[in-house]
Design a protein. Structure first.
Length: 536
């Protein structure tokens, strides 16, 4: 028996929760499906803050100009203008929901600075902005009577008429979303969910890389689900590497916020030289792609495993009050940021591409919406301006919620008998080892061959490896009883394939995509589109 909701929201980060609240406030029944506990999301780890124009000395047009500059010619200017214009109102709503942004001693809001911003415009809650937002939104969700949250449910695949036996698109008026399959990971069974509309708010893809700032949930599930359903996915080559993650010998990569450089921290190489002036006039506050490439180049020149972030010029009081979380982490790793430099390296951080949407968060499949990091609205173009993602998520959730309510009012909804999942029943513990091996191989392949500086040869090598893994995983998928790690690996492989596919299409260097074979920017390339038939 399927469970039915007006709208199913997949994901409980800022995008999913904001959308769910708005749809419920419009009187609709919402089911939130989330694969871990509700708070576990990229949102929960966001540090620097949320960018929006709130000061008298700032102006939305300046925010627009900075965003366009970062996007390197690939932003949709109309989208940039609309999303940023909605920013201040969305901030006000977050405040109404209880987000207590940090203030200066005189009661004015404290505004941080990050790379590429011409003004101080980042609202923050010390260095735990994401946690504060997540808590406020979850608190509001708890109070709602029309939202049901299902934790430990893993959304697997969308159901469309094409997947319902004996039912075709024409019979229902058009091809559209009817629901989805989700694995109840605590009871180990797949359940069917029916819905008038579905929102994908599944976040990013950082886990396809060996080193990432992202938590374990970031395996690109929503992008893979959309891609398998034939929905347009674009600009996947634009993976943003954050310049400064704390270097450890293991694969942990705790973020050291760009806001620390905003307060005066300086990058230094192994000789102690402040090197950023050689790469960009904005020095340590240059755009992220420039800083990450500069660090990569310094590390290659010296053979060192990291560079240093020198925080010794920042007052201890500022370090402790503004960055308590970062300060505590460094201390736990034996570094006192007031007297010692922090070892830092770039790590995969954010995906600028994703499921293509318009300004109503509508995808190319009727009834399917996407917002937050999973979506590609045209705001970021080839490189995201720092702290624009939390803003985009909340603005687009609000716009999408209005659109979905209109859609539900207009659509001719007919109850359809949805299919029941048929599981393979084969389990072989030896084969689990192979899965684990393949998991590592995806991450290593992407890190080594599809990283900050790319070449055609390395991308082609990555494609060959990922194609082999894709064949293997597809065989597993249809024969084995599914579990979370199998589902995640399948998604990661597909998402890796789309990144490589888009990277190979783009025979130019632009924004985050830097390829030695084509070092110049070319007018011949617009948005890339992830093709469906990767496996040949
Ligand atoms: P997420 O917050 O990642 O939420 C995704 C949700 O989907 C999670 O609940 C997850 O469990 C769920 N999910 C995923 N797959 C499935 C599935 N198959 N089934 C069910 N549920 C699923 N941006 C800024 O603007 N400012 C910052 O200061 C900032 N700092 C950052 C610091 C760090 C360390 C990181 C990692 C990112 C940071 N970012 C920042 C980026 C920003 O946090 C994210 O882009 C944003 O939070 C994404 O929100 P989201 O709602 O789209 O996705
Ligand atoms: C940071 O705090 O440096 C992360 C900000 C972001 O990713 O936008």
């Amino acid at each position: 028996m399927a469970r039915y909701y007006d709208v199913i929201v997949v994901g409980s980060g800022i995008a999913g929760l904001s959308f769910a609240l708005k749809v419920a406030e419009a009187g609709r029944k919402v089911g939130i499906i989330t694969k871990k506990n509700s708070a576990e999301s990229n949102t929960n780890y966001a540090q620097g803050g949320i960018a929006a124009v709130t000061s008298q000395t700032d102006d939305v047009e300046m925010h627009v100009a900075d965003t366009l500059d970062a996007g390197d010619g690939l932003c949709d200017e109309a989208a940039v203008r609309e999303i940023l214009r909605d920013g201040p109102a969305s901030i006000e709503e977050l405040v109404q929901r209880g987000v207590d942004f940090s203030q200066l001693g005189d009661g004015r809001v404290s505004l941080g600075k990050e790379g590429g911003h011409s003004k101080r415009r980042i609202l923050h809650v010390r260095d735990v902005t994401g946690k504060a937002i997540e808590e406020a939104l979850l608190h509001a969700i708890e109070k709602s009577e029309t939202i049901e949250t299902l934790e430990h449910f893993f959304a697997m695949d969308l159901i469309t008429p094409l997947k319902v036996p004996g039912c075709d698109a024409d019979e229902l008026g058009s091809n559209r979303v009817l629901g989805l399959f989700a694995l109840n990971t605590q009871e180990d069974r797949v359940e069917t969910f029916g819905a008038g509309a579905v929102l994908l708010a599944t976040g990013g893809i950082g886990q396809i890389y060996q080193y990432t700032t992202n938590p374990y949930i970031a395996t690109g599930d929503g992008i893979a689900m959309a891609h398998r359903a034939g929905v347009e996915v674009q600009n996947m080559e634009f993976v943003q590497f954050h310049p400064t993650a704390f270097y450890t010998k293991d694969s942990d990569r705790f973020l050291i916020s760009e806001a620390v450089r905003g307060e005066g921290a300086i990058l230094r190489n192994m000789k102690g030289e402040a090197f950023m002036g050689r790469y960009d006039a904005r020095k340590d506050l240059a755009l992220r792609d420039i800083v990450a490439r500069a660090i990569d180049s310094e590390m290659k020149l010296s053979g060192a495993r990291h560079v240093w972030l020198d925080t010794r010029g920042i007052e201890l009081e500022v370090l402790q009050d503004r960055f308590p979380n970062i300060y505590a982490y460094c201390q736990s790793r034996g570094i006192s940021p007031d007297t010692e430099m922090i070892p830092v390296v770039p790590a995969a951080h954010y995906l600028c591409g994703g499921v293509k949407t318009n300004l109503n968060s509508e995808t190319s499949l009727p009834g399917l919406y996407a917002c937050g990091e999973v979506a590609c609205t045209g705001l970021h173009g080839a490189n995201r301006l720092a702290s624009n993602s939390l803003l985009e998520a909340v603005v687009m959730a609000n716009r999408g919620a209005k659109a979905v309510v209109r859609y539900l009012d207009s659509v001719h909804s007919r109850e359809v008998d949805l299919p029941v999942w048929k599981d393979g029943d084969f389990r072989d513990s030896d084969e689990r080892v192979v899965l684990l091996h393949n998991w590592d191989e995806v991450k290593r392949t992407m890190w080594d061959y599809v990283g900050i500086v790319r070449t055609k040869k390395r991308l082609e090598r990555a494609r060959t490896r990922i194609q082999t893994l894709e064949r293997e995983i597809n065989e597993y998928y249809w024969n084995f009883k599914v579990d979370e790690s199998l589902l995640e690996l399948r998604n990661m492989i597909l998402v890796a394939a789309t990144v490589i596919d888009c990277a190979l299409q783009r025979q130019e260097s632009r924004g985050l995509h830097y390829i030695l074979d084509y070092p110049e920017k070319s007018a011949d390339f617009g948005n890339s589109c992830a093709k469906r038939a990767f496996l040949k």
